[in-house]
Design a protein around this ligand. Structure first.
Ligand code: AGP
Length: 609
Protein backbone atom coordinates (compact mmCIF):
# COMPACT_ATOMS: atom_id res chain seq x y z
CA UNK A 1 0.00 0.00 0.00
CA UNK A 2 1.82 3.11 -1.28
CA UNK A 3 5.48 2.90 -2.19
CA UNK A 4 8.49 4.99 -1.21
CA UNK A 5 11.91 5.26 -2.84
CA UNK A 6 14.72 7.70 -2.31
CA UNK A 7 18.18 8.17 -3.79
CA UNK A 8 21.36 10.06 -3.03
CA UNK A 9 24.51 9.43 -5.06
CA UNK A 10 26.38 10.42 -8.17
CA UNK A 11 23.98 9.14 -10.80
CA UNK A 12 20.77 10.79 -11.94
CA UNK A 13 18.08 10.23 -9.31
CA UNK A 14 14.90 10.37 -11.43
CA UNK A 15 15.48 7.27 -13.61
CA UNK A 16 16.27 5.24 -10.48
CA UNK A 17 13.21 6.60 -8.67
CA UNK A 18 10.92 5.66 -11.58
CA UNK A 19 12.49 2.22 -11.81
CA UNK A 20 12.19 1.68 -8.06
CA UNK A 21 8.56 2.79 -8.06
CA UNK A 22 7.84 0.39 -10.88
CA UNK A 23 9.14 -2.45 -8.69
CA UNK A 24 6.67 -1.35 -6.01
CA UNK A 25 3.67 -1.07 -8.33
CA UNK A 26 2.37 -4.39 -7.01
CA UNK A 27 1.65 -2.76 -3.66
CA UNK A 28 -1.28 -0.88 -5.19
CA UNK A 29 -1.53 2.85 -5.99
CA UNK A 30 -3.57 5.46 -7.82
CA UNK A 31 -1.03 8.24 -8.42
CA UNK A 32 2.71 8.76 -8.46
CA UNK A 33 5.28 11.52 -8.08
CA UNK A 34 8.93 12.41 -7.57
CA UNK A 35 10.87 15.33 -6.12
CA UNK A 36 14.47 15.96 -7.11
CA UNK A 37 16.90 18.64 -5.97
CA UNK A 38 17.93 20.10 -9.34
CA UNK A 39 20.74 22.46 -8.36
CA UNK A 40 18.53 25.45 -7.64
CA UNK A 41 15.69 24.05 -5.54
CA UNK A 42 13.22 21.19 -5.16
CA UNK A 43 11.56 20.22 -8.37
CA UNK A 44 8.36 18.17 -8.02
CA UNK A 45 6.47 16.30 -10.74
CA UNK A 46 3.43 14.19 -9.91
CA UNK A 47 0.35 12.88 -11.56
CA UNK A 48 -2.79 10.89 -10.98
CA UNK A 49 -2.96 7.46 -12.62
CA UNK A 50 -0.44 4.83 -13.58
CA UNK A 51 3.28 5.26 -13.22
CA UNK A 52 3.57 5.11 -17.01
CA UNK A 53 1.88 8.55 -17.12
CA UNK A 54 4.57 10.03 -14.88
CA UNK A 55 7.26 8.18 -16.77
CA UNK A 56 5.94 9.72 -19.99
CA UNK A 57 5.96 13.24 -18.53
CA UNK A 58 9.53 12.79 -17.30
CA UNK A 59 10.68 10.95 -20.44
CA UNK A 60 12.05 8.17 -18.29
CA UNK A 61 13.57 10.71 -15.88
CA UNK A 62 15.67 12.54 -18.45
CA UNK A 63 13.81 15.84 -18.04
CA UNK A 64 14.42 16.03 -14.28
CA UNK A 65 18.17 16.32 -13.62
CA UNK A 66 19.58 15.97 -10.12
CA UNK A 67 21.34 13.41 -7.94
CA UNK A 68 19.15 13.55 -4.82
CA UNK A 69 15.46 12.71 -4.82
CA UNK A 70 12.44 10.91 -3.42
CA UNK A 71 9.52 9.19 -5.15
CA UNK A 72 6.14 7.79 -4.22
CA UNK A 73 3.19 5.77 -5.42
CA UNK A 74 0.07 6.80 -3.49
CA UNK A 75 -2.98 4.75 -2.54
CA UNK A 76 -5.52 7.38 -1.51
CA UNK A 77 -6.67 7.53 2.11
CA UNK A 78 -7.10 11.24 2.88
CA UNK A 79 -8.29 13.10 -0.21
CA UNK A 80 -9.27 11.65 -3.59
CA UNK A 81 -6.66 10.47 -6.10
CA UNK A 82 -5.58 13.67 -7.89
CA UNK A 83 -2.42 15.46 -9.01
CA UNK A 84 -2.52 17.83 -6.06
CA UNK A 85 -3.07 15.08 -3.48
CA UNK A 86 -0.25 12.95 -4.90
CA UNK A 87 3.07 12.89 -3.11
CA UNK A 88 5.60 14.41 -2.69
CA UNK A 89 3.83 17.08 -0.67
CA UNK A 90 5.73 20.36 -0.40
CA UNK A 91 5.75 22.89 2.43
CA UNK A 92 4.31 26.38 1.96
CA UNK A 93 7.72 28.02 1.62
CA UNK A 94 9.02 25.29 -0.72
CA UNK A 95 11.79 24.12 1.63
CA UNK A 96 10.63 20.56 2.31
CA UNK A 97 9.30 17.78 0.08
CA UNK A 98 7.85 14.72 1.79
CA UNK A 99 6.66 11.28 0.74
CA UNK A 100 4.63 9.33 3.26
CA UNK A 101 3.13 5.89 3.77
CA UNK A 102 0.64 5.48 6.62
CA UNK A 103 -1.92 7.74 8.24
CA UNK A 104 -1.39 10.77 10.49
CA UNK A 105 -4.36 10.31 12.78
CA UNK A 106 -4.28 13.75 14.43
CA UNK A 107 -3.66 15.62 11.17
CA UNK A 108 -6.80 17.77 11.42
CA UNK A 109 -5.87 19.11 14.81
CA UNK A 110 -2.31 19.82 13.59
CA UNK A 111 -3.59 21.35 10.37
CA UNK A 112 -5.94 23.70 12.22
CA UNK A 113 -3.08 24.75 14.47
CA UNK A 114 -0.96 25.68 11.43
CA UNK A 115 -3.87 27.32 9.59
CA UNK A 116 -4.37 29.62 12.57
CA UNK A 117 -0.73 30.63 12.19
CA UNK A 118 -1.17 31.54 8.55
CA UNK A 119 0.20 28.43 6.86
CA UNK A 120 -1.53 27.80 3.55
CA UNK A 121 -2.50 24.28 2.51
CA UNK A 122 -3.17 23.12 -1.02
CA UNK A 123 -4.12 19.45 -0.65
CA UNK A 124 -6.58 17.35 1.35
CA UNK A 125 -3.86 15.00 2.54
CA UNK A 126 -2.61 14.24 6.02
CA UNK A 127 0.90 14.15 4.54
CA UNK A 128 0.95 17.84 3.71
CA UNK A 129 0.69 18.50 7.45
CA UNK A 130 4.07 16.79 7.92
CA UNK A 131 5.71 18.91 5.20
CA UNK A 132 4.21 22.09 6.68
CA UNK A 133 5.19 21.19 10.23
CA UNK A 134 8.76 20.52 9.16
CA UNK A 135 9.07 24.00 7.74
CA UNK A 136 7.20 25.50 10.70
CA UNK A 137 9.62 23.95 13.22
CA UNK A 138 12.75 24.33 11.07
CA UNK A 139 15.41 26.59 12.58
CA UNK A 140 18.33 25.54 10.38
CA UNK A 141 18.62 21.94 11.63
CA UNK A 142 16.52 19.39 9.71
CA UNK A 143 17.20 16.60 12.20
CA UNK A 144 15.89 18.73 15.03
CA UNK A 145 12.79 19.66 13.02
CA UNK A 146 12.09 15.98 12.31
CA UNK A 147 12.50 15.22 16.01
CA UNK A 148 9.95 17.89 16.91
CA UNK A 149 7.49 16.72 14.27
CA UNK A 150 7.54 13.07 15.30
CA UNK A 151 6.87 14.10 18.88
CA UNK A 152 3.63 15.68 17.73
CA UNK A 153 2.22 13.37 15.06
CA UNK A 154 0.10 10.37 16.01
CA UNK A 155 -0.54 7.40 13.75
CA UNK A 156 1.67 5.49 11.39
CA UNK A 157 4.29 6.81 9.03
CA UNK A 158 7.22 5.98 6.84
CA UNK A 159 8.62 9.29 5.63
CA UNK A 160 11.16 10.22 3.00
CA UNK A 161 12.18 13.87 3.22
CA UNK A 162 14.40 16.21 1.24
CA UNK A 163 15.16 19.81 2.14
CA UNK A 164 16.24 22.61 -0.22
CA UNK A 165 18.84 23.72 2.36
CA UNK A 166 20.52 20.27 2.42
CA UNK A 167 20.84 19.41 -1.26
CA UNK A 168 23.12 16.44 -0.60
CA UNK A 169 20.90 14.57 1.90
CA UNK A 170 17.82 12.38 2.12
CA UNK A 171 16.13 11.97 5.53
CA UNK A 172 14.00 9.02 6.60
CA UNK A 173 11.97 8.11 9.67
CA UNK A 174 9.24 5.58 10.37
CA UNK A 175 6.68 4.32 12.87
CA UNK A 176 4.42 1.31 12.27
CA UNK A 177 5.02 1.42 8.53
CA UNK A 178 7.98 -0.32 6.88
CA UNK A 179 11.02 1.52 5.59
CA UNK A 180 14.46 0.17 4.76
CA UNK A 181 17.77 1.86 4.03
CA UNK A 182 19.83 0.41 1.18
CA UNK A 183 23.62 0.77 1.34
CA UNK A 184 25.54 1.14 -1.93
CA UNK A 185 28.98 2.26 -3.09
CA UNK A 186 28.91 6.04 -3.41
CA UNK A 187 25.11 5.97 -3.33
CA UNK A 188 22.45 5.13 -0.76
CA UNK A 189 18.72 4.48 -0.92
CA UNK A 190 15.49 4.39 0.99
CA UNK A 191 12.56 2.16 0.09
CA UNK A 192 9.35 0.86 1.58
CA UNK A 193 10.15 -2.62 0.25
CA UNK A 194 13.21 -4.52 -0.89
CA UNK A 195 12.40 -5.06 -4.62
CA UNK A 196 12.77 -1.30 -5.22
CA UNK A 197 16.50 -1.35 -4.48
CA UNK A 198 17.47 -4.91 -5.29
CA UNK A 199 18.99 -3.95 -8.64
CA UNK A 200 21.44 -1.72 -6.72
CA UNK A 201 22.25 -3.42 -3.42
CA UNK A 202 21.45 -6.30 -1.11
CA UNK A 203 22.87 -4.62 1.99
CA UNK A 204 20.13 -3.04 4.05
CA UNK A 205 19.41 -1.60 7.48
CA UNK A 206 15.93 -1.65 8.96
CA UNK A 207 14.64 1.37 10.85
CA UNK A 208 12.81 0.72 14.08
CA UNK A 209 9.98 2.94 15.30
CA UNK A 210 10.97 6.62 15.47
CA UNK A 211 14.57 6.01 14.40
CA UNK A 212 15.86 8.58 11.92
CA UNK A 213 18.31 8.00 9.06
CA UNK A 214 20.28 10.70 7.28
CA UNK A 215 21.65 9.53 3.95
CA UNK A 216 24.49 11.10 2.02
CA UNK A 217 26.23 9.54 -0.95
CA UNK A 218 29.17 8.29 1.09
CA UNK A 219 27.37 7.11 4.21
CA UNK A 220 24.29 6.86 6.36
CA UNK A 221 23.94 8.06 9.95
CA UNK A 222 21.23 6.93 12.35
CA UNK A 223 19.62 8.55 15.38
CA UNK A 224 17.31 7.08 18.01
CA UNK A 225 14.08 8.61 19.27
CA UNK A 226 16.13 10.23 22.04
CA UNK A 227 18.22 11.95 19.31
CA UNK A 228 21.33 10.00 20.30
CA UNK A 229 23.43 8.55 17.42
CA UNK A 230 22.92 4.83 16.75
CA UNK A 231 24.85 1.98 15.15
CA UNK A 232 22.61 -0.24 13.02
CA UNK A 233 23.36 -3.81 11.98
CA UNK A 234 23.61 -4.45 8.24
CA UNK A 235 21.58 -7.33 6.81
CA UNK A 236 22.20 -8.99 3.48
CA UNK A 237 19.07 -9.79 1.50
CA UNK A 238 19.14 -13.44 0.49
CA UNK A 239 16.75 -13.34 -2.50
CA UNK A 240 18.24 -13.03 -5.92
CA UNK A 241 16.97 -10.37 -8.28
CA UNK A 242 15.23 -13.01 -10.42
CA UNK A 243 12.96 -13.89 -7.50
CA UNK A 244 11.39 -10.45 -7.80
CA UNK A 245 11.11 -10.60 -11.63
CA UNK A 246 8.51 -12.31 -13.80
CA UNK A 247 10.99 -14.81 -15.23
CA UNK A 248 9.17 -15.36 -18.53
CA UNK A 249 5.65 -15.59 -17.05
CA UNK A 250 3.04 -13.12 -18.20
CA UNK A 251 2.07 -12.29 -14.63
CA UNK A 252 3.61 -12.62 -11.18
CA UNK A 253 0.48 -14.43 -10.06
CA UNK A 254 1.01 -17.33 -12.49
CA UNK A 255 4.71 -17.43 -11.62
CA UNK A 256 3.86 -17.62 -7.93
CA UNK A 257 1.18 -20.29 -8.45
CA UNK A 258 3.78 -22.38 -10.28
CA UNK A 259 6.41 -21.75 -7.60
CA UNK A 260 4.27 -23.43 -4.94
CA UNK A 261 5.86 -26.90 -5.03
CA UNK A 262 9.34 -25.41 -4.62
CA UNK A 263 8.19 -22.96 -1.96
CA UNK A 264 6.55 -25.80 -0.03
CA UNK A 265 9.75 -27.81 -0.22
CA UNK A 266 11.75 -24.91 1.24
CA UNK A 267 9.22 -24.44 4.02
CA UNK A 268 8.87 -28.08 5.00
CA UNK A 269 12.09 -30.02 4.25
CA UNK A 270 14.51 -28.30 6.65
CA UNK A 271 12.01 -28.73 9.48
CA UNK A 272 11.66 -32.52 9.35
CA UNK A 273 14.71 -34.44 10.54
CA UNK A 274 14.95 -38.14 11.32
CA UNK A 275 11.21 -38.59 11.51
CA UNK A 276 10.69 -35.61 13.84
CA UNK A 277 9.57 -32.03 13.43
CA UNK A 278 12.32 -29.67 14.44
CA UNK A 279 11.39 -26.02 14.84
CA UNK A 280 14.74 -24.48 15.69
CA UNK A 281 13.30 -20.99 15.86
CA UNK A 282 10.56 -21.93 18.34
CA UNK A 283 11.25 -21.02 21.96
CA UNK A 284 7.94 -22.44 23.22
CA UNK A 285 8.88 -25.38 25.47
CA UNK A 286 7.08 -28.73 25.78
CA UNK A 287 6.07 -27.67 29.30
CA UNK A 288 4.53 -24.43 28.00
CA UNK A 289 2.71 -26.33 25.24
CA UNK A 290 1.15 -28.57 27.88
CA UNK A 291 -0.12 -25.48 29.73
CA UNK A 292 -1.90 -23.99 26.69
CA UNK A 293 -5.60 -23.75 27.45
CA UNK A 294 -6.76 -21.96 24.33
CA UNK A 295 -5.44 -21.03 20.90
CA UNK A 296 -6.49 -18.02 18.85
CA UNK A 297 -5.56 -17.49 15.23
CA UNK A 298 -5.79 -13.88 14.12
CA UNK A 299 -5.14 -12.59 10.60
CA UNK A 300 -6.71 -10.83 7.59
CA UNK A 301 -7.85 -11.98 4.14
CA UNK A 302 -6.05 -15.01 2.77
CA UNK A 303 -4.01 -15.37 5.95
CA UNK A 304 -7.28 -15.54 7.90
CA UNK A 305 -8.42 -18.35 5.61
CA UNK A 306 -5.31 -20.30 6.63
CA UNK A 307 -6.60 -19.91 10.19
CA UNK A 308 -9.93 -21.46 9.20
CA UNK A 309 -8.11 -24.59 7.96
CA UNK A 310 -5.96 -24.56 11.09
CA UNK A 311 -8.99 -24.76 13.36
CA UNK A 312 -9.91 -28.19 11.99
CA UNK A 313 -6.33 -29.44 12.35
CA UNK A 314 -5.82 -28.10 15.89
CA UNK A 315 -9.11 -29.42 17.18
CA UNK A 316 -8.56 -32.84 15.61
CA UNK A 317 -5.02 -33.38 16.82
CA UNK A 318 -4.61 -31.27 19.93
CA UNK A 319 -8.15 -31.26 21.35
CA UNK A 320 -7.61 -27.69 22.45
CA UNK A 321 -10.32 -24.98 22.18
CA UNK A 322 -9.59 -22.68 19.32
CA UNK A 323 -10.96 -19.46 17.89
CA UNK A 324 -10.17 -17.90 14.53
CA UNK A 325 -10.83 -14.21 14.11
CA UNK A 326 -10.19 -11.48 11.59
CA UNK A 327 -7.74 -9.02 13.05
CA UNK A 328 -9.91 -5.93 12.54
CA UNK A 329 -12.56 -7.54 14.80
CA UNK A 330 -10.24 -9.12 17.34
CA UNK A 331 -8.46 -5.84 18.07
CA UNK A 332 -11.68 -4.13 19.15
CA UNK A 333 -13.43 -6.90 21.03
CA UNK A 334 -12.72 -8.09 24.53
CA UNK A 335 -11.04 -11.45 23.91
CA UNK A 336 -10.51 -13.53 27.00
CA UNK A 337 -6.81 -14.32 27.14
CA UNK A 338 -4.27 -15.18 29.78
CA UNK A 339 -0.66 -16.29 29.97
CA UNK A 340 -1.68 -19.82 28.94
CA UNK A 341 -3.34 -18.61 25.75
CA UNK A 342 -1.39 -18.98 22.54
CA UNK A 343 -2.20 -16.38 19.89
CA UNK A 344 -1.01 -17.29 16.41
CA UNK A 345 -0.70 -14.29 14.12
CA UNK A 346 -0.49 -15.01 10.39
CA UNK A 347 0.73 -12.40 7.91
CA UNK A 348 2.58 -12.66 4.62
CA UNK A 349 3.86 -9.09 4.76
CA UNK A 350 4.29 -8.88 8.52
CA UNK A 351 3.10 -5.27 8.28
CA UNK A 352 -0.72 -5.45 8.04
CA UNK A 353 -1.98 -2.67 10.33
CA UNK A 354 -4.97 -4.53 11.79
CA UNK A 355 -2.95 -7.69 12.36
CA UNK A 356 -0.17 -5.75 14.05
CA UNK A 357 -2.69 -4.02 16.31
CA UNK A 358 -4.24 -7.41 17.17
CA UNK A 359 -0.79 -8.74 18.08
CA UNK A 360 -0.19 -5.80 20.41
CA UNK A 361 -3.63 -6.25 21.97
CA UNK A 362 -2.93 -9.96 22.57
CA UNK A 363 0.41 -9.17 24.22
CA UNK A 364 -1.14 -6.45 26.32
CA UNK A 365 -3.61 -9.01 27.60
CA UNK A 366 -0.80 -11.35 28.59
CA UNK A 367 -0.96 -13.98 25.84
CA UNK A 368 2.05 -15.58 24.21
CA UNK A 369 2.30 -14.71 20.51
CA UNK A 370 3.65 -16.95 17.77
CA UNK A 371 3.68 -15.39 14.32
CA UNK A 372 3.84 -16.99 10.90
CA UNK A 373 5.34 -14.44 8.56
CA UNK A 374 6.96 -14.36 5.12
CA UNK A 375 8.89 -11.09 5.22
CA UNK A 376 11.99 -11.46 7.35
CA UNK A 377 12.52 -8.69 9.89
CA UNK A 378 9.02 -7.24 9.46
CA UNK A 379 7.32 -5.51 12.38
CA UNK A 380 5.05 -8.44 13.26
CA UNK A 381 8.05 -10.79 13.24
CA UNK A 382 10.01 -8.41 15.47
CA UNK A 383 7.25 -8.00 18.04
CA UNK A 384 6.28 -11.67 18.44
CA UNK A 385 7.53 -14.03 21.15
CA UNK A 386 8.17 -16.67 18.49
CA UNK A 387 8.29 -16.35 14.73
CA UNK A 388 8.23 -19.04 12.08
CA UNK A 389 9.07 -17.84 8.61
CA UNK A 390 7.33 -19.29 5.59
CA UNK A 391 10.38 -18.86 3.35
CA UNK A 392 8.18 -18.46 0.28
CA UNK A 393 10.44 -15.82 -1.31
CA UNK A 394 8.99 -12.50 -2.42
CA UNK A 395 5.29 -12.58 -3.27
CA UNK A 396 4.63 -9.72 -5.68
CA UNK A 397 1.11 -10.33 -7.06
CA UNK A 398 -1.55 -8.73 -4.88
CA UNK A 399 -3.49 -12.00 -4.92
CA UNK A 400 -1.75 -14.25 -2.46
CA UNK A 401 -1.02 -17.81 -3.64
CA UNK A 402 2.33 -19.20 -2.54
CA UNK A 403 2.05 -17.33 0.75
CA UNK A 404 -1.24 -19.18 1.42
CA UNK A 405 0.33 -22.56 0.62
CA UNK A 406 3.40 -22.01 2.74
CA UNK A 407 1.40 -20.54 5.64
CA UNK A 408 -0.71 -23.71 5.58
CA UNK A 409 2.47 -25.80 5.56
CA UNK A 410 3.76 -23.96 8.65
CA UNK A 411 0.42 -24.51 10.36
CA UNK A 412 0.70 -28.26 9.71
CA UNK A 413 4.25 -28.16 11.10
CA UNK A 414 3.11 -26.31 14.23
CA UNK A 415 0.18 -28.58 14.93
CA UNK A 416 2.26 -31.71 14.37
CA UNK A 417 5.11 -30.30 16.46
CA UNK A 418 2.74 -29.60 19.33
CA UNK A 419 1.19 -33.07 18.98
CA UNK A 420 4.70 -34.56 18.99
CA UNK A 421 5.64 -32.64 22.16
CA UNK A 422 2.38 -33.59 23.89
CA UNK A 423 2.91 -37.24 22.94
CA UNK A 424 -0.82 -38.14 22.79
CA UNK A 425 -0.96 -39.10 19.11
CA UNK A 426 -0.08 -42.75 18.32
CA UNK A 427 3.36 -43.10 16.69
CA UNK A 428 1.98 -44.74 13.53
CA UNK A 429 -0.49 -41.91 13.01
CA UNK A 430 2.22 -39.28 13.49
CA UNK A 431 4.49 -41.06 11.01
CA UNK A 432 1.69 -41.09 8.41
CA UNK A 433 1.11 -37.34 8.86
CA UNK A 434 4.81 -36.61 8.45
CA UNK A 435 5.00 -38.76 5.35
CA UNK A 436 2.08 -36.86 3.80
CA UNK A 437 3.61 -33.52 4.72
CA UNK A 438 6.82 -34.50 2.96
CA UNK A 439 4.87 -35.59 -0.14
CA UNK A 440 2.99 -32.29 -0.28
CA UNK A 441 5.41 -30.48 -2.67
CA UNK A 442 5.22 -33.33 -5.22
CA UNK A 443 1.45 -33.60 -4.91
CA UNK A 444 1.12 -29.84 -5.42
CA UNK A 445 3.25 -30.20 -8.55
CA UNK A 446 0.90 -32.96 -9.77
CA UNK A 447 -2.09 -30.59 -9.35
CA UNK A 448 -0.34 -28.09 -11.61
CA UNK A 449 0.08 -30.59 -14.44
CA UNK A 450 -3.43 -30.21 -15.80
CA UNK A 451 -3.80 -26.47 -16.31
CA UNK A 452 -5.62 -27.02 -19.62
CA UNK A 453 -8.72 -28.55 -18.01
CA UNK A 454 -9.09 -25.49 -15.81
CA UNK A 455 -8.32 -23.10 -18.65
CA UNK A 456 -11.03 -24.74 -20.77
CA UNK A 457 -13.52 -24.52 -17.91
CA UNK A 458 -12.64 -20.85 -17.37
CA UNK A 459 -13.20 -20.15 -21.07
CA UNK A 460 -16.80 -21.35 -20.70
CA UNK A 461 -17.65 -19.30 -17.61
CA UNK A 462 -15.51 -16.17 -17.57
CA UNK A 463 -18.55 -14.07 -18.42
CA UNK A 464 -20.59 -15.31 -15.45
CA UNK A 465 -22.14 -12.67 -13.22
CA UNK A 466 -22.02 -14.65 -9.98
CA UNK A 467 -20.38 -17.84 -8.77
CA UNK A 468 -20.78 -19.84 -5.58
CA UNK A 469 -18.30 -22.08 -3.82
CA UNK A 470 -19.51 -24.73 -1.42
CA UNK A 471 -17.76 -27.22 0.84
CA UNK A 472 -17.81 -28.72 4.32
CA UNK A 473 -15.10 -28.83 6.99
CA UNK A 474 -11.69 -28.12 5.41
CA UNK A 475 -13.39 -27.89 2.01
CA UNK A 476 -15.39 -24.95 3.35
CA UNK A 477 -12.13 -23.31 4.43
CA UNK A 478 -10.75 -23.80 0.90
CA UNK A 479 -14.02 -22.41 -0.55
CA UNK A 480 -13.50 -19.15 1.33
CA UNK A 481 -10.07 -18.72 -0.18
CA UNK A 482 -11.16 -19.79 -3.69
CA UNK A 483 -14.01 -17.28 -3.62
CA UNK A 484 -11.72 -14.45 -2.44
CA UNK A 485 -9.19 -15.27 -5.17
CA UNK A 486 -11.84 -15.11 -7.86
CA UNK A 487 -13.49 -11.89 -6.72
CA UNK A 488 -10.31 -9.94 -6.04
CA UNK A 489 -8.79 -10.40 -9.49
CA UNK A 490 -11.76 -11.01 -11.83
CA UNK A 491 -14.30 -8.71 -10.11
CA UNK A 492 -16.94 -11.44 -10.43
CA UNK A 493 -19.30 -11.53 -7.51
CA UNK A 494 -18.79 -14.74 -5.61
CA UNK A 495 -19.60 -16.21 -2.20
CA UNK A 496 -18.52 -19.24 -0.23
CA UNK A 497 -20.99 -21.23 1.84
CA UNK A 498 -20.89 -24.40 3.85
CA UNK A 499 -22.82 -27.13 2.07
CA UNK A 500 -25.17 -27.48 5.02
CA UNK A 501 -26.02 -23.78 5.16
CA UNK A 502 -27.32 -23.52 1.60
CA UNK A 503 -30.90 -24.39 2.36
CA UNK A 504 -31.04 -21.75 5.10
CA UNK A 505 -31.09 -18.95 2.55
CA UNK A 506 -28.41 -18.81 -0.15
CA UNK A 507 -30.08 -21.48 -2.30
CA UNK A 508 -32.65 -18.85 -3.30
CA UNK A 509 -29.90 -17.15 -5.33
CA UNK A 510 -29.60 -20.06 -7.73
CA UNK A 511 -31.21 -19.97 -11.15
CA UNK A 512 -30.76 -21.80 -14.43
CA UNK A 513 -27.08 -21.87 -15.37
CA UNK A 514 -25.64 -20.40 -12.13
CA UNK A 515 -22.16 -21.79 -11.62
CA UNK A 516 -21.50 -23.63 -8.37
CA UNK A 517 -18.07 -25.00 -7.56
CA UNK A 518 -18.40 -27.83 -5.07
CA UNK A 519 -15.24 -28.82 -3.20
CA UNK A 520 -15.85 -32.41 -2.11
CA UNK A 521 -12.44 -33.72 -1.06
CA UNK A 522 -13.18 -34.32 2.62
CA UNK A 523 -13.99 -38.04 2.64
CA UNK A 524 -16.06 -38.21 5.82
CA UNK A 525 -18.62 -35.74 4.46
CA UNK A 526 -18.44 -36.66 0.77
CA UNK A 527 -21.95 -38.16 0.73
CA UNK A 528 -23.37 -35.07 2.45
CA UNK A 529 -21.74 -32.93 -0.24
CA UNK A 530 -23.27 -35.13 -2.94
CA UNK A 531 -26.69 -34.35 -1.43
CA UNK A 532 -25.86 -30.64 -1.61
CA UNK A 533 -24.75 -31.05 -5.22
CA UNK A 534 -28.08 -32.68 -6.06
CA UNK A 535 -29.92 -29.82 -4.32
CA UNK A 536 -28.17 -27.16 -6.38
CA UNK A 537 -28.48 -29.10 -9.62
CA UNK A 538 -32.22 -29.46 -9.01
CA UNK A 539 -32.35 -25.61 -9.02
CA UNK A 540 -30.62 -25.42 -12.40
CA UNK A 541 -27.00 -24.86 -11.27
CA UNK A 542 -24.06 -26.02 -13.36
CA UNK A 543 -21.58 -27.76 -11.05
CA UNK A 544 -17.81 -28.15 -11.18
CA UNK A 545 -16.84 -30.74 -8.59
CA UNK A 546 -13.40 -31.08 -7.07
CA UNK A 547 -12.58 -34.30 -5.30
CA UNK A 548 -9.86 -36.86 -4.64
CA UNK A 549 -9.06 -39.44 -7.32
CA UNK A 550 -10.74 -42.33 -5.49
CA UNK A 551 -14.11 -40.53 -5.71
CA UNK A 552 -13.83 -39.51 -9.34
CA UNK A 553 -16.42 -41.92 -10.73
CA UNK A 554 -19.14 -40.96 -8.24
CA UNK A 555 -18.45 -37.30 -8.87
CA UNK A 556 -18.69 -37.82 -12.62
CA UNK A 557 -22.23 -39.12 -12.21
CA UNK A 558 -23.34 -36.13 -10.14
CA UNK A 559 -21.60 -33.08 -11.60
CA UNK A 560 -21.12 -31.39 -14.97
CA UNK A 561 -17.35 -30.94 -14.76
CA UNK A 562 -14.76 -32.58 -12.54
CA UNK A 563 -11.20 -31.98 -11.36
CA UNK A 564 -9.37 -34.54 -9.25
CA UNK A 565 -6.54 -34.10 -6.78
CA UNK A 566 -4.38 -36.74 -5.07
CA UNK A 567 -5.51 -38.14 -1.74
CA UNK A 568 -3.75 -36.86 1.39
CA UNK A 569 -4.37 -36.44 5.14
CA UNK A 570 -7.73 -34.68 5.58
CA UNK A 571 -6.50 -31.45 7.10
CA UNK A 572 -3.91 -31.02 4.32
CA UNK A 573 -6.48 -31.24 1.52
CA UNK A 574 -6.89 -27.45 1.06
CA UNK A 575 -3.22 -27.26 0.05
CA UNK A 576 -4.13 -29.27 -3.05
CA UNK A 577 -7.75 -28.30 -3.75
CA UNK A 578 -6.86 -24.61 -3.83
CA UNK A 579 -4.43 -25.03 -6.75
CA UNK A 580 -7.02 -25.61 -9.55
CA UNK A 581 -9.07 -22.79 -8.06
CA UNK A 582 -6.17 -20.34 -8.02
CA UNK A 583 -5.66 -21.27 -11.68
CA UNK A 584 -9.38 -20.85 -12.36
CA UNK A 585 -9.38 -17.33 -10.87
CA UNK A 586 -6.27 -16.49 -12.89
CA UNK A 587 -7.67 -17.72 -16.23
CA UNK A 588 -11.06 -16.07 -15.70
CA UNK A 589 -9.36 -12.73 -14.90
CA UNK A 590 -7.04 -13.10 -17.86
CA UNK A 591 -9.92 -13.84 -20.25
CA UNK A 592 -11.77 -10.80 -18.91
CA UNK A 593 -8.69 -8.67 -19.55
CA UNK A 594 -8.25 -7.69 -15.89
CA UNK A 595 -5.06 -6.26 -14.43
CA UNK A 596 -4.21 -9.54 -12.68
CA UNK A 597 -1.20 -8.54 -10.59
CA UNK A 598 -2.61 -5.16 -9.59
CA UNK A 599 -6.37 -5.48 -9.17
CA UNK A 600 -8.32 -2.26 -8.75
CA UNK A 601 -8.66 -0.74 -5.26
CA UNK A 602 -6.38 -3.33 -3.66
CA UNK A 603 -2.95 -3.06 -2.11
CA UNK A 604 -0.47 -5.83 -1.43
CA UNK A 605 0.28 -4.79 2.08
CA UNK A 606 -2.49 -2.99 3.96
CA UNK A 607 -0.49 -0.82 6.32
CA UNK A 608 -3.36 1.49 7.28
CA UNK A 609 -6.47 0.66 9.23
C1 AGP B 1 -4.93 -12.01 -0.59
O1 AGP B 1 -5.04 -12.41 -1.90
C2 AGP B 1 -5.14 -10.60 -0.32
N1 AGP B 1 -4.37 -9.78 -1.15
C3 AGP B 1 -5.29 -10.15 1.13
O2 AGP B 1 -6.47 -10.72 1.58
C4 AGP B 1 -4.15 -10.46 2.14
O3 AGP B 1 -4.08 -11.83 2.38
C5 AGP B 1 -4.43 -9.69 3.45
O4 AGP B 1 -4.42 -8.32 3.18
C6 AGP B 1 -3.46 -10.03 4.56
O5 AGP B 1 -2.15 -9.69 4.23
P1 AGP B 1 -0.93 -10.20 5.10
O6 AGP B 1 -0.91 -11.69 4.98
O7 AGP B 1 0.26 -9.56 4.47
O8 AGP B 1 -1.16 -9.76 6.50
Amino acid sequence: MCGIVGYVGEEQAAPFLLNGLQKLEYRGYDSAGVAVYNGTGLHVVKSKGRLSVLDGILEGGRTLPGVVGIGHTRWATHGAPSDVNSHPQVSDGGKFAVVHNGIIENYLELKNHLLRRGVEFVSDTDTEVVAQMLEYYYRGDVLEAIGRVIQRVEGSYALGIICADCPEKVFAVRKDSPLIIGLGQGENFIASDIPAILSKTRDICRLRDKEIAVLEKDGVKFWGEDMEPLEKPVETVQWDVAAAEKGGYEHFMMKEICEQPEALRKTISPRIREGKIVLDDMKLTAEQIKQINKVFIVACGTSYHVGVVAKYAFEKLLKVPMEVDVASEFRYREPILDENTLVIIISQSGETADTLAALREAKKRGARVLSIVNVVGSTIANESDDVLYTWAGPEIAVASTKAYSTQLAVIYLVVLYMAQELGHTPAGEMAAYLEDLQRLPDLAAACLMDKETIQYFASKYFNARDMYFIGRNVDYAASLEASLKLKEISYIHSEAYTGGELKHGPISLLEDGTLVIAICTYGRLFDKMMSNVREVKARGAVVLGITTRDKEETLRQQTDYQFCIPKITDFMLPSLSIIPLQLFAYYVASMKGCDIDKPRNLAKSVTVE
